[in-house]
Design a protein around this ligand. Structure first.
Ligand SMILES: *Cc1c(COP(=O)(O)O)cnc(C)c1O
Length: 232
């Protein structure tokens, strides 16, 4: 085994151990948090090291780069999650090559994904992205807009509404990180009164995973802690 594969396998193991530890610490039941390995800007070789170490779910942010890697790896046991901002002109590629899209934040994009999802594939799982901090520069809808977008999206064929996703403003203190994640959890709980089948809170990255798990994350999206720092 070369140095790199050892590093990725070791890092993956360590991240998984942290996830379990935080679940045990904060949650009534454990093993509910799925680990998404965020492989954006990382080469196919790195992804294959993670696959060899047992990882199956991967997150990517850039459509063209991702599709190239998905086709090259060509492994149907993997699930690919598009977690970047969704541009209208890229929806067909997302609908054709991914199992999940986390950043749905407008009806136009949802409609295109619905129309472009190939009929031979199961529905595309989607999360609605919430701009929890109401930052003007950020993608995502406000919590007020959620009921309407959820109602539209849940009726579109080819899509399966699974839950919510957010990328909160970074904070150093865990107590501050938890505030936005708690808001996202409450938003999901409120939506579940109408859509009890919703089961996903996509929240938590390398730097705020513990806070996200403490507030009920069901899917953490971890890049740096598994694959190392990315080149900008
Ligand atoms: C890059 C990215 C991640 C992973 O971030 P790390 O800090 O490297 O763990 C998670 N979610 C989204 C939406 C991202 O763009």
């Amino acid at each position: 085994m070369n140095q790199i594969s050892l590093d990725i396998a070791t890092a993956l193991k360590s991240v998984k151990a942290h996830v379990l530890k935080h679940e045990a610490q904060y949650r009534k039941t454990s093993e509910n948090v799925q680990l998404l390995a965020v492989s954006k800007k990382k080469p196919v070789g790195d992804i294959l090291q993670a696959v060899a170490a047992g990882q199956r779910a991967f997150g990517e942010n850039y459509v063209d780069e991702a599709v190239e890697k998905i086709l090259q790896i060509n492994d149907t046991s993997l699930s690919w999650h598009f977690i970047g901002a969704i541009q209208s002109r890229k929806t067909a590629l997302i609908a054709e090559h991914f199992q999940w899209a986390h950043g749905v934040d407008r009806l136009k994009v949802a409609k295109r994904l619905s129309e472009q999802r190939p009929e031979h594939l199961p529905p595309l799982n989607i999360c609605l992205q919430i701009n929890v901090d109401n930052e003007a520069s950020k993608a995502g809808i406000s919590i007020n807009e959620l009921p309407e977008l959820a109602a539209h999206c849940s009726s579109l064929k080819g899509l399966k509404l699974r839950g919510l996703m957010a990328i909160p403003t970074p904070h150093d203190a865990m107590s501050e990180q938890r505030i936005a994640f708690a808001q996202l959890r409450l938003a999901l709980e409120s939506l579940q009164t109408t859509y009890p089948e919703l089961d996903t809170l996509s929240m938590g990255m390398s730097a705020d995973m513990e806070a996200a798990i403490a507030e009920g994350s069901t899917m953490v999206r971890i890049g740096t802690a598994i694959f190392g720092a990315r080149e900008r």
